[in-house]
Design a protein around this ligand. Sequence first.
Ligand SMILES: Cc1ncc(C[n+]2csc(CCOP(=O)(O)OP(=O)(O)O)c2C)c(N)n1
Length: 626
Amino acid sequence: MTRLLDQIEGPADVQRLAPEQLPQLAAEIRAELLDTVPKTGGHLASNLGTVELAIALHRVFHSPVDKLVWDVGHQAYPHKLLTGRARQFHTLRQQHGLAGFLSREESPHDAFGAGHAGTSISAALGMAMARDLRGERYHVVAIIGDGGLTAGMALEALNHAGHSGTRLIVVLNDNQMSIAPNVGAIARMLNRLRPSLHRASEASEHLVERLPLGGLAREMAKRAKRGAKAAVLPTLLWEELGFMYVGPVNGHDEAELESVLRWVRDNGDRPTLVHVLTTKGKGHGPAEADPVKLHGVSPPGAAASAPTYTQVFGQTVGALMRQDERIVAITAAMPDGTGLTPVMKEFPERTFDVGICEQHAVTFAGGLATEGLVPIVAIYSTFLQRAYDQVIHDICVQNLPVVFALDRGGIVGDDGKTHQGLFDLAYLRVLPNMVVMAPADENELQHMVYTAVQHAAEGRGPIALRYPRGAGVGVPLEREWRRLPLGKGELLREGHDLGIVAIGHTVPAALEAAERLAERGISCAVVNARFVKPLDEELILRVADSVGALVTVEEHVLAGGFGAAILELLAAHGRRVPVERLGIPDVFVEHGKQGVLRAAFAIDAAGIARRALEAFPGLARTPAYR
Ligand SMILES: Cc1ncc(C[n+]2csc(CCOP(=O)(O)OP(=O)(O)O)c2C)c(N)n1
């Protein structure tokens, strides 16, 4: 039997289906998700929860004329399937295939690119105001999760939208979950509406007369008669913010969703919040039972024998917290992703999940630090970008001793351009008072976590370490941690032709490249720089003076990065040694496997050796390599 899904080239085809065909379409979308995502890797539970919502939105609104602005985009696979991308769906997150998030380049139906949370209402409000200024009439809908709603900028946007009075629809996809269970006072307030599905506020009472009398409308009428405070109070918040509140609506009852959305589309004349209740993982027992585990799934692959950097970080933090009760740890909605979950279980009072609130997390850590605690802020490299002013204004200007642990530093792979951690060395090393480190392997990570905590505990100021996504290199983990001397690298290999100066996990690749070059008769020195700031000036200048050329290696953008810091050092000291910098050029790096991308940018062993010879052909003594 041919699938309905295969006949869908775009929203018009969704709109043509008869209502009785929609359960089949929903089932096919779920089957497609369950078939494809475990193979490609990607977000599973979030998408199982938005199937009916995506169908209803595409039947009621006319994308791309009407704008559907999904927050994050990790839950927009059903939207992708309904907007002409079903045939390419098997290429999800594969190099040159469909992106795992939203991309304006990928489809006109992706009204706004995303990957980071909390941006949808701002973008949608901008579109709605542009529409009004241009005298047009189309609809703009932001679809945001209850997790996304914890983001500071989502609240800033609500504040602006409510004040503006602009016609805008915000669909709140409330499943009580972020990646982990959602946190915060707003989440608690929303939950008060949940036990009685279909309740609505007195404030939305007028809706009752105008809605076609579906389940929601009938319940609203009853509710209004009863006038119980419990339901009114939470909804009042929205009304006070300037939003008409509609809901809660059962997000898996497609007909009900459609009827409510149609009413809002045709009658909403100001900001309107449609509160939709969904179940994360809907329709798949294991995902409903454990939506945290099945939030995202990895493609099948050889199980790594080495622990991940994330795991080693979490274990080290736990052990340090056992020794020093001043240490506290903070995550912005990523307890699992940052490896802090075990620590949070062991020390519930000394660990904080603040929600998707990187800005708040950083300044909150600053406050903790002023009172003598030693905060470790564990945030992915890409997400710390959002808190840049907090890092500068609240931490560095005041020289507060806060440890920044940046997971996913470097190429993250399948998550793509919104998630690559390729800017952190540059954005951190320019800040006065900040120390910046990157470990060569998971063993050195332990020493760096220890070093950072000691540095902060002594009140010396902010200190950051960045480490990559994925498994370590498999070195043994020493039982005793060592405090690494500040601003000191290590010379791993002597040599007099070429010096390779590497940072972070490019160090093992640099060593292997040196081996390959040695086979060609080239004598290579290799430096593990360890610190991007302060640089080990003495060591790097000494190596520069003893070789004919230098290669710097970093998994980071070249602009402003580690190699740039070395050039600054050499220039400041009048050294004229030729330098070839290896790293990421001035592009946003698309999704693809980490190994493939590393090879493409010549920061793996083969690439380093090849590029060294291309840059300095005079070095090769063996003709075979010329
Ligand atoms: C700024 C930022 N911080 C963290 C993340 C990681 N992240 C991706 S999805 C997600 C949870 C979002 O929860 P919600 O919006 O409720 O969607 P759900 O998965 O529950 O459907 C988080 C924390 C992110 N994408 N952006």
